[in-house]
Structures are given as structure tokens and as C-alpha cells.
Design a protein. Structure first.
Length: 209
């Protein structure tokens, strides 16, 4: 879950536009902050003679452009991912461990770049091949394929419903699929940069990468 969690950020879009690419472009350009609740379903490829394994998590997130977000898993395990603009922090409550990475190196061609870090669609197209995908489940989709050959992702899709961000789907290089569904979206939420500051809890193990 950690390799997906560090990629994750979500938000809401603006007024409805024709086509997922238009929705994504307007979202990146115009939505500066937001908060929402999420449900994440991670499905691992089935092993020989076994059923596919599925894990479901819930939580909340907040974001502030450019490049700040806080992604909090509540159930079944507590975990927090915070990007403060310089450092990407991952705090695992059960392990009492904090992992810190340079944000510029950690995000790159990831879903976080698609919907949180980039300042315009051209910046996204430097790292992704982007295209409208067929409508599905009542959503308009954009498919992104990372251009880097060593990417941990095979592809990522962003889904919009009437101009509002509704879903994020990812498939990693091992065939594991992660689907996030968003609810109670609030755009242009009045958030301060201090919301995204993180200090490792006393006694927590700190791992710097």
C-alpha cells in the first residue's frame, strides 16, 4: 500500500467541460486547493490457483497548489502522507516509522503529478502521454502513460463526472490495481501552508531516502 499511498492526491474540478482532457486541463489550471474523503481499493493479481486479493482503505486528504498535500488513511490502518513542497513524508503509525524523501524526486511521473504538482497541461505532457479514454461508469476519463521506461506505473486514469474529479485508477508494473473513489469534495478550500508542515513524532524511527 505504501508505494501507492505516496503517489496519492486528489481534488475536485470545476464546471463541466466536454471530454476528460478538458476537465483535467481546467482542473490543473484553476483548482488551487481542496479537500475530500476517499475510498481506496487495491487488487493484487491472482496467484496460481488463488483468488485475487483485495484491500479496502478509507481516509481524507487536503491539497494546496503548487505541490502541497496531506493524505490521511484512517481505516483499517493509520498512515499519513504529507508533501510540504520540499519533502515527501510517510508516517506509519503502527510501525512508528517516518520515511522522508525529496519531493522533486518522489513525485515525477506519478498520479500526484497529474492532479496536484503540475502547473499546466504542458508540464504533464513532458512526463505522460495523455489522451481521452472512452466513457465508463458514467465518467469521462483521461489515460496517462508514463514516458519513462523505468516508471513504477504501467498507466493511470483520471475520471471526471460533470467536470468534477471522481476517480483515480492506477496499475503498477506488477499488475496491481489501485482505484480511488472521492466523495464530499470541496474545491478552493481556505487552506494555509502550515496545514502541510510535518514534524516526526518523538520516538519515531526516521528513514531518509
Amino acid at each position: 500500500m505504501k508505494q501507492f499511498a505516496a503517489f496519492l492526491i486528489a481534488a475536485s474540478a470545476i464546471s463541466a467541460c466536454a471530454g476528460g482532457m478538458n476537465d483535467l486541463e481546467n482542473f490543473v489550471k484553476n483548482v488551487k486547493s481542496g479537500r475530500a474523503e476517499f475510498t481506496q481499493t487495491v487488487t493484487a493479481p491472482p496467484k496460481a490457483g488463488q483468488m485475487a486479493r483485495t484491500r479496502v482503505s478509507t481516509g481524507t486528504f487536503e491539497f494546496l497548489r503548487p505541490g502541497r498535500f496531506k493524505f490521511s488513511y484512517k481505516k483499517p490502518f493509520e498512515q499519513t502522507i504529507v508533501a510540504d513542497g520540499q519533502t515527501l513524508w510517510l508516517y506509519d503509525v503502527d510501525l512508528n516509522q517516518v520515511t522522508a524523501r525529496k519531493q522533486a524526486q518522489a513525485l515525477g511521473a506519478t498520479p500526484a503529478a497529474l492532479i496536484a504538482a503540475a502547473v499546466d497541461i504542458k508540464a504533464l505532457q513532458a512526463d505522460f502521454q495523455l489522451a481521452d479514454a472512452p466513457d465508463k461508469d458514467g465518467l469521462q476519463w483521461v489515460q496517462g502513460t508514463p514516458k519513462a521506461k523505468d516508471s513504477q506505473l504501467q498507466q493511470v486514469r483520471v475520471g471526471f463526472r460533470q467536470g468534477e474529479l471522481a476517480a483515480l485508477e492506477m496499475v503498477d508494473s506488477f499488475g496491481q490495481r489501485s482505484v480511488l473513489s472521492f466523495s464530499n469534495l470541496q474545491t478552493q478550500a481556505p487552506l494555509d501552508a502550515s496545514v502541510f508542515q510535518f514534524k516526526p513524532p518523538a520516538g519515531a524511527d526516521l528513514v531518509q531516502q
